[in-house]
Design a protein around this ligand. Structure first.
Ligand code: NAD
Ligand code: DAU
Length: 344
């Protein structure tokens, strides 16, 4: 057990802090602990966005370092300054991994390896590796426990699985203080609008088509990002070193039902939904057994209905945030053009 009553007084390195979960986590930690110090190491790929952190950029408890987790000298230097690491940096979009898996292997697997190697050289209290429920693969019935074998389907999930098992190996082999989290699908503010909920919300706001893969019957377990942040904090403080913790909200919803709910909230017609060719190798359902993290005292505080409505409202009220990405980002447009061209 890490045995930290509080993260107050600690210096944390968060990798990928300019992304969706990372920026929510930085806000969460700064609100929760007055004497924390956070260093955010982010490469600012297409998914990293300093606008997510504009309101706290001058907070003396926060420091941004523009850099790559694969830069071993930089990583080792930063590790020497901190008490703990929360590793979020990754390539994260399944569809992109289907088009081109190279960056996924280089960042998610090799980048994580660089971090674990640096961890061998320094003395740090904990390293929380954020994996994903996708490492288990799909399952039609029942729930995955942390003991179940992993069986990833997409190049993204396989890259995350490689990093997940490296994290385990570095704990077993070198006794490094690593904990592993496997969260389900997050949603909330600042999520890059290529992912399902922000894509459908912002398309609906612009009266654009909502491209539903296949029949829309695939199921995801939706976890509000703030509940995930709270799980991260709790596992750091109370989790056992070397162990894996599933984090899900026990909130399984079919994609089509999520789409209907978004449209209802925005008072847009269902006719905006368009069935498009399915994702290759599309996992049908993810579902986690979360008894282990419940035993630490965690459970989601937000209902899906309220959190989805708050999330949709956030995108409605912050058009400048997502229009800047969708309108200007070449990478966003070229990605979608290529994706649909390849799916015909
Ligand atoms: P995201 O794509 O929004 O953000 C990823 C961040 O990592 C970006 O800021 C990007 O610039 C940064 N990054 C990428 N490569 C980097 C590199 N080489 N060096 C430094 N920074 C780099 O991702 P997210 O949705 O916030 O996910 C964060 C983590 O949580 C990922 O590891 C992901 O696999 C995991 N996860 C996400 C979800 C989800 O639903 N979003 C669920 C389970 C697990
Ligand atoms: O489960 C955790 C994972 O959740 C994370 O590890 C990933 O980083 C994150 O991207 C997410 O993966 P998914 O593939 O589940 O999320 P995505 O938002 O891409 O898709 C959610 C569901 O919606 C999935 O069944 C595919 C479907 N979908 C998605 C898009 C982008 C559509 O029907 N249409 C779309 O345009």
């Amino acid at each position: 057990m890490v045995d930290l009553r509080s993260l107050d007084g600690k210096t944390l390195l968060i990798t990928g802090g300019a992304g969706f979960i990372g920026s929510n986590l930085i806000h969460f930690m700064l609100k929760r602990f007055s004497h924390i110090k956070i260093i955010n190491l982010d490469k600012l790929t297409y998914a990293g966005n300093l606008e997510n952190l504009r309101d706290i950029e001058n907070d003396p408890r926060y420091e941004f370092i523009h850099g790559d987790i694969r830069d071993n000298e930089l990583v080792e230097k930063l590790f020497r300054k901190v008490n703990g690491v929360i590793h979020l940096a990754a390539e994260t979009h399944v569809d992109r991994s289907i088009l081109d898996a190279g960056e996924f292997v280089l960042t998610d697997v090799y980048g994580s390896f660089v971090l674990f190697e640096a961890l061998r050289k320094v003395d740090i209290d904990f390293f929380l590796h954020v994996s994903t429920d996708e490492v288990y693969g799909s399952r039609d019935e029942g729930f995955f426990t942390e003991e179940d074998p992993i069986n990833p389907s997409s190049p993204y999930a396989a890259s995350k699985a490689g990093a997940d098992r490296l994290a385990h190996a570095y704990n077993v082999t070198y006794g490094l203080p690593i904990l592993i989290l496997r969260p389900s699908n997050n949603f909330g503010p600042y999520q890059y609008p290529e992912k399902f909920i922000p894509l459908f919300t912002t398309n609906a706001l612009e009266d654009q088509v909502l491209p539903l893969y296949g029949e829309g019957t695939n199921v995801r377990d939706w976890l509000y990002v703030e509940d995930h942040c709270w799980a991260i904090e709790l596992v750091i403080r109370k989790g056992n070193i070397g162990e894996v913790y599933n984090v899900g909200a026990n909130c399984e919803v079919q994609n089509i039902a999520v789409a209907y709910r978004i449209l209802e909230t925005l008072k847009r017609p269902r006719s905006l939904i368009k069935s498009v060719p399915d994702r290759l190798g599309h996992d049908r359902r993810y579902a986690l057994d979360c008894r282990k993290i419940h035993a630490l005292g965690w459970e989601p505080k937000h209902s899906f209905e309220d959190a989805l409505s708050a999330t949709v409202t956030w995108y409605r009220d912050h058009p400048e945030w997502w229009k800047a990405i969708k309108g200007k980002s070449k990478s966003f447009k070229s990605f979608y053009n290529e994706y649909y061209k390849n799916r015909k």
